[in-house]
Design a protein. Sequence first.
Lengths: 287, 165
Amino acid sequence: MFDIKQVYEPMCLKSALEIYQNNPHLTIIAGGTDVLINLRHGKYEEVELLSLQKIKGLDEIKILEDGTIEIGALTTFTKIFRNDIINKHVPILAEAAVSMGGPQIRNIATIGGNICNGAVSADSAPALFTLNALLYLETANASRTIPITEFYAGPGRVKLQPGEILTKILITKDNYENFKGKYFKFSNRKAMDIAMIGVAVLLNTTDNKVNDLRIALGVSAPTPIRCQEAEKTSLGLELTEENMKRISELTILDAKPRDSWRGSKAYREHLIKVLTYRALRELRGNK
Amino acid sequence: MVEVTITVNGTSYTRKIHPLMRLLDFLRDELKLKGTKEGCGEGECGACTVIMDGRTINSCLVLAASCDGKEIITIEGVGGAELHPIQRAFLEVGAVQCGYCIPGMVLSTKALLDKNLDATEEEIKEAISGNLCRCTGYQKIVEGVKLAQTKMKESRGEACECGRS
Ligand SMILES: Cc1cc2nc3c(=O)[nH]c(=O)nc-3n(C[C@H](O)[C@H](O)[C@H](O)COP(=O)(O)OP(=O)(O)OC[C@H]3O[C@@H](n4cnc5c(N)ncnc54)[C@H](O)[C@@H]3O)c2cc1C
């Protein structure tokens, strides 16, 4: 059995934040799919848990008056990929959600846990990076909003301050309206496998010319990243075969994939280019 | 120790347990329901699948303490005096070899068919994608699920066009 001293199970966010403020050494547990694996692998010597599972209202998806999409941090991936708002406005996130784990994992794993776990392979990250998602973080007496693109600190590390809980993920209207998106998760096995590479592309065009193109990669650097060189160069370009190839090649300037047993650096670089190109071609449609 | 009340296969159980006890251990060690299997213990294999409030979960990844007030169905709760149509179908097509993955397979199938009896082959494969089987190659299991669909429709009286049942 694991060595655990205590589990706090507050019924509301306010008491969770207070408990956490007074006991910053607690480990937060949401769905627990990462935490229980860590427990099992003896990653914690001694652990006290602060469970968010009994808190109501943190697993909702809604559209605010100004069109911002708000996703509660405790929303499961099953709920995300079945949700009407997500499928209508940010289908790229539904694609990412359904690509993760298998049904049993998606039924309990939360999007907040996926983000806060800080894995470079987190399937929600590339899509949320392209959507310029904002993270709403709360402590007992303060709150702040930080772009997800600035939240990752390194492999398995995120910029959570002591006592801070991620409560909502926000996607503003200007970041999804008139955009089309595509997420490719490339893995050895179709289900129940971690991504070898994740590529998310979000595109806004007029007459096949790029107004705004965003490309984000998972498992291509110590944190998920955006391909800034490719994005900058693409502005105003017409999406011809040649230009799509050129943009895809440029992704490599920001990507720093590594060799691992899941795939070599060279293969990963190849995948990044090919999948970016494939996404662009699919989003552009037949021209 | 924490006190939990969990409904398992229709019966409510109240127990004092260690806060870190997994649901899997609660079922097997506290309730002696040994039908739920432990495979990898890491959520990869699906052998420990049970249904919680209508959805499949890996009971190795869930703390029993967090199941307070929830309803769980294990393989022991699937059939009654007779085998469930899913179980009969699996037997008839030979979907079972060593059998270790089968309780989980049956529960993933049940969670699917309870919601969508007309599931397509694609949907069936998706529904069991979190359950690994190292013997059958899955083909017979998919056939078993399809036969279960027919049997469940029959017992709902849908397949009969005579209008009497
Ligand atoms: C078999 C298996 C397959 C998997 N497959 C995939 C996959 O394909 N793709 C993928 O991306 N991931 C995968 N995962 C990893 C995991 O399921 C996801 O990262 C999941 O989204 C984590 O969410 P959770 O709610 O279970 O997090 P938890 O385990 O509860 O928490 C994860 C981490 O985040 C912290 N945390 C959680 N919520 C908050 C919050 N609101 N505020 C602050 N900190 C918080 C916790 O303290 C912990 O450090 C898999 C895991 C398993 C076991």
